[in-house]
Design a protein around this ligand. Structure first.
Ligand code: UDP
Length: 334
């Protein structure tokens, strides 16, 4: 298939582009490089030894996106493009709603004009909101979030659901990610945010590399086994492979389907720190600080639906995630 990957220079998009190319698909990336670097495109080519077509455009720019569809025979789209920083979204809600909703609406309009009916959307476990019990199951209400970023995911899931009702021959797969970490085994691709990282693993990577002094663990008094928050961390390469499975499923089906991508296991911040220290044979300076506003004590996925419907399950271990994260952070941040 010829797959358009919006946001394909980003962390998850780039790993997905690699797996698509490895599986023999043709890949077209559009990315405005607002939070990614062009060098990532070269690294995808270097890892795979394959070509891909790259367009440096904002996918909310209808004319330019239209040109991409006119020049390329796109069979399906994986839509990653969007702003993704939770804290920033609280400070800049209008930018988040404008960017994330506009790019999706524009993409859908152009897909409709070109009769392209297969879409895999990058959603998030944040749509389960604060009130559902964990493990989260897809049939639970997913209509709440705690940040403008999260609300854009809720809203886009709604838009895609309504679109599928109006166009029963369209297929939209809503992939609800848990906590992707880890990096490509080459050490050439990974999570390398601009500025001081907000997410745990990139922060750990910078501390390990000596670029930040110490990790602050947000809260040690939660009602969990060791007092720190628990999350469902999954390897980004497993996540990327989940997109391939979703694409295969979409090719054969119609309608909307929400699917969790997680391991089904919760591990704590302290357990992750300890695993990182052990596999990489180092000590990480850290302190326990106050809780971070908006953090839930614990959540993880019920991963049964992904296995049943897509034949997908995560295979990488926490050690794999910690080893590859360090390989990237140490050698080749972009
Ligand atoms: N966390 C932490 N220190 C940091 C960054 C994150 O203790 O510098 C914790 C955070 O409180 C949460 C977990 O790590 O329990 C994962 O946070 P992250 O921001 O990576 O993902 P989230 O689950 O918030 O989407």
């Amino acid at each position: 298939m010829n797959i358009l990957v919006t946001g394909g220079a980003g962390y998850i998009g780039s790993h997905t582009a690699v797996e698509l190319l490895n599986a023999g698909h043709k890949v077209v990336v559009v990315d405005d490089l607002s939070n990614a670097k062009y060098e990532v495109i070269d690294r995808i080519k270097e890892i795979t030894g394959k070509k891909l077509d790259f367009y440096w455009i904002d996918c909310a720019d209808k004319e330019k996106l239209w040109d991409v569809f006119r020049n390329q025979d796109i069979d399906a789209v994986i839509h990653f493009a969007g702003f993704k920083a939770v804290g920033e979204s609280v400070r800049k809600p209008l930018q988040y709603y404008r960017n994330n909703l506009d790019s999706t609406l524009t993409l859908l309009e152009v897909m409709e004009e070109f009769d392209c009916k297969k879409l895999v959307f990058s959603s998030s476990a944040t749509v389960y909101g604060p009130d559902n019990p964990h493990p989260y199951k897809e049939e639970m209400p997913a209509i709440q979030s705690s940040s403008p970023y999260g609300w854009t995911k809720v809203m886009i899931e709604r838009i895609l659901t309504d679109y599928c009702t109006a166009h029963p021959d369209f297929c939209a797969i809503l992939l609800r990610y848990f906590n992707p970490i880890g990096a490509h085994e080459s050490g050439l691709l990974g999570d390398d945010p601009n500025g001081i990282p907000n997410n745990l693993m990139p922060y750990i990577g910078r501390v390990a590399a000596g670029k930040l002094e110490k990790l602050t663990i947000f809260g040690g008094d939660y009602d969990t086994a060791d007092g720190t928050c628990q999350r469902d961390y999954l390897h980004v390469v497993d996540l990327a492979l989940g997109h391939l499975k979703a694409l295969e499923y979409a090719a054969e089906h119609q309608g909307v389907e929400a699917i969790n991508l997680g391991t089904g296991n919760g591990i704590s911040v302290l357990e992750l720190v300890t695993a990182f220290e052990k596999v990489n044979d180092m000590k990480l300076p850290y302190e326990i600080g106050p809780r971070r506003d908006g953090d839930l004590p614990a959540f993880w996925a019920d991963a049964a639906k992904a296995k049943e419907l897509l034949g997908w399950e995560a295979t990488h271990t926490v050690d794999d995630m910690c080893r590859s994260s360090w390989l990237f952070a140490r050698n080749a941040s972009i």
